[in-house]
Design a protein around this ligand. Sequence first.
Ligand SMILES: [Zn+2]
Length: 529
Amino acid sequence: MIRGFTLAAATGAALLASALATSAPDGRRWWGHVQALADDKLEGRNTGSAGYRKAAAYVAGEFERAGLKPAGTDGYFQPVRFHTRRLKEVESSLTLVRNGESEELVLGEDAIIGTRIDPAPSVDAEVVFAGYGLTVPEMQYDDLAGMDLRGKIVLYMSGGPANIPGPLRSHYQSATERGRFLERAGAIGTIGIQNPHHMDLPWQRIALGSRQASMSLADAGLEQQFGLKFTAAVNPEQAGKWFAGSGHSFDDLVALADAGKPLPRFPLHASIRAQVAVERGEAESPNVAAILPGSDPVLKDQYVVLSAHLDHLGIGEPINGDRVYNGAMDNASGVATLLDIAQLLYEAKPKLRRSLLFVAVTGEEKGLLGSRYFAAHPTVKPGSIVADLNVDMFLPLFPLRSVTVYGLNESDLGEEVRAVARARGIRIQDDLEPERNIFIRSDQYSFIRRGIPSLAMKVGYEKGSAEEKIAKAWLKDRYHAPADDTKQPVDLDCAARFDDLLRALAEAVADRPERPKWNANSFFKRFAE
Ligand SMILES: [Zn+2]
C-alpha cells in the first residue's frame, strides 16, 4: 500500500542485530530500535510497569553506547513518583435527572467518569451548558461570564471560536487553564463532549482506555485539584439526551462549532447524581536523560533538549484478541529517532558549541507528567535549557516531502527549522489542524510552560491528499490500539530523512550564537518572563 521499505516483525532478531550494526542512515537502525521498544516482551511500556523499566534500561544502554554522559539523578535515570487511581466501574454510577425522572447512564457507552482529578465519592449537582467552557482573557472571550456556576457542573464542548488563534485556543483548553477559571467561577465539576468531527480516537477506544489507571504526580506542588469533585466525558453519539427539552439540539451546536462560531450557553434544567468508587495506589517510573557535552567553554553550560516520550499504554482491554498496546509509532518511533541521532553524532563527532540533552520521558500518556516533572526539576542548572525539540508519533507512513512544525511561528526556532529543511528540499508547514490541539498534546508543552522556546515535528501532508487519507486511516485503525505494533507498514526512507532533519536542526540550534528567543508577538513569551 505504501511506497518505500516495508518490514514485518517476522524478520526477527537477525534483522535487529544487523540493523543495529550498520551505520548507514537508511532507516534500518531506527527501525531496529522501534522493534526493540515495541516488542511484546516490553508489554506496552506502561508508566510504572516492569516493561517500562526494561525499555528505560534499553534506552540507557543505547545512550551509553553512543558515548553520552548520564544526566539523571541516579545514573541515566530520574525517578518520578506518581499517585494512581482506577475507577471501580461496578461500584460506580452516573444518573441524569430531569423533571424528577432519573435515567441511569451506561458507563462506557453513554459516558466515562474521569479519575485524572481525584473525584469525590458522590456528587449531586445541577448541570449547566457553558458553550466551549472557554476563557481567553487576551481576546476578551469568556464562556463563563455572567453564569451562576457556584456548586454546579459545567457541560461543555471541546474547541473554540475560529477567531481565536490556534495555539491560544489550545492553551486555554488545557486542564490547567480551564481549571483555574472554573475554580474562580465556583464550578465543582466538568463534563466534556468532543466535537465528533475532530476526534483522533473513536469513542469505543476512549472507553476501553478509561479502564486503565490514571496518574498524577506525587509532587503536590505540580498538581492542582481546582476544587473539582467530578469529571466525565460524554459519548458524542449519545449526547442528544443531555440537551432534551433545552430548546437546543446537539447537532445544531456541532454545526455552529464547525462554522467556527461561538456557542450559546443555557441551563439544561437537569442534574446528575454520581457514585464514584476509586482504587488508589502508588507508582514510580523514571525519565532517562543523557548529555552530549558541548565544546564552547561558555556555551557548553547551555542545553538543547531533544525529547520523546518512552511510555505507552501497557496491557489493556483486548482488541481482535490482542491485549498488548505496543505503541510502535506512539512513541517507540520518537525514542528510536533520539537513539538514531545519538548514534549518528557519535559516528560523525561534530564539535557542537552547546550541549545536547537527550530526555526520554515517562508518563506522557497520563498527561505529560514526566516532562512536567523534568521541566520543573531539570537535572541541569535551572535556566540553562535554551530549547526543546520534541518528537512524538511523527508517522513516517509515506515519502517525506514536508514537515508540519508545531510552534513554528512562536519563536526564532521557526527560522532555524526552515533553513535546515530548505537545504534538504523539504517543505515546512504550520499546523493545518489547530482543532486537534496537538500543540498542547505532547511534551514540548511542558517546556513551553517553563518559558523555553520549543518545537514539535511530524511528517507533513496536504489537506485533501492521498497522504492525509493514510494518516487519518492510521488514527482510526491503529492510534492507541494494539495494532500500533511492528507488523504495520512504515516508510524507512522517510524515517531516515526525518532523523537527519532533526539531527541537523539540533546541531544548528547548538551552534547558533544567541540562545533561541520567543517572537515578540508570541503569546507564550509570557512564560519566559
Ligand atoms: Zn499516545
